[in-house]
Design a protein around this ligand. Structure first.
Ligand SMILES: [Zn+2]
Length: 289
């Protein structure tokens, strides 16, 4: 599933296309995409894109926000979530259509933006920018981990003394935006914290290490242009290489790069967790600093 670094790479690649010509036509497949709060076919409103000109592309957490302009009208925004397997591509309108294409936005310069998503957990929504930013999911998101003000203190305050395990707290988009299982496990390894540690047991020093390690893990992911396990690629079709640099995710049973211990993998909830048993020990009933 694309996490912050992958979505950031998509954002950067979309910007490079400098789409500016107005939308002439929109095509949407008949199949449903993401559902749930804030997502439904009736909220998509993508047919209303006709006549709007694309502008800057923003990102918030794992969401892409493409701004659109039109004379004398308030700015609008196309909200895009890539789900598990979605990707966007910009191409010429005569290029062959991939299977599982669900949205085609045609521009007046013969180019087209396509949204392709085999598993259909991704979602799209077009609305006034203020309404997109002021409503769920964007308004519910926690702070951006790459922002200057992101610290252990802020992260601990966001977690509000949660009794949940730290892995799950970091996955909660209301606590911090953009992290998923890959980068959370990498960050906890760097911080030397067992993924199943109760968040309420963490001292300030441990929160600082987790915040720093999270930022570092995300930055390395971006430097390596994202993690491509199966579907991820940016809007020009480029894949990432960070899958080769992962220290723990997907490496259960391998030797730890740093100490040689055998990495331990197990199911935690419905996702795999991995840790180095030597560097991320089990701690019970005491504070973790
Ligand atoms: Zn180790």
């Amino acid at each position: 599933m694309p996490e912050l670094p992958e979505v950031e790479m998509v954002r950067r690649s979309l910007r490079r296309f400098r789409l500016r010509a107005p939308v002439t036509r929109v095509w949407r497949s008949r199949l449903a995409l993401r559902t749930g709060e804030a997502w439904s076919r009736s909220k998509e409103r993508v047919q209303r894109l006709k006549g709007w000109r694309p502008g800057e592309v923003d990102r918030r957490g794992k969401y892409l926000m493409m701004r659109f302009h039109r004379e004398e009208m308030a700015e609008s925004c196309l909200l895009l979530h890539l789900g598990m397997s979605g990707h966007v591509e910009v191409c010429h309108a005569n290029e062959a259509l991939e299977d599982h294409t669900h949205l085609r936005i045609f521009f007046d310069d013969d180019r087209e933006l396509r949204f392709v998503d085999p598993r259909r957990f991704g979602g799209v929504r077009f609305d006034a920018r203020g309404r997109i930013e002021g409503s769920h999911p964007i308004s519910s998101l926690g702070p951006e981990p790459l922002d200057r003000g992101f610290t252990g203190l802020l992260l601990a305050a966001q977690a509000k003394g949660s009794r949940r395990v730290i892995r799950d707290v970091l996955l909660d988009q209301r606590v911090v935006a953009g992290l998923g299982n890959i980068y959370v496990l990498e960050a906890l390894y760097e911080a030397g914290i067992h993924p199943a540690t109760k968040a309420s047991r963490l001292r300030a020093s441990a929160w600082e290490r987790i915040a720093t390690a999270s930022t570092g893990a995300l930055r390395r992911g971006i430097e390596n242009k994202g993690t491509t396990l199966q579907d991820y690629r940016d809007a020009s079709g480029a894949t990432g290489t960070h899958q080769h640099a992962l220290r723990v995710y997907g490496r259960g049973g391998d030797a730890c790069d740093r100490c040689g211990a055998t990495l331990d993998a197990w199911m935690m909830g419905n996702r795999t967790a991995v840790r180095c048993p030597a560097e991320q020990p089990v701690v019970r009933g005491r504070w973790v600093s």
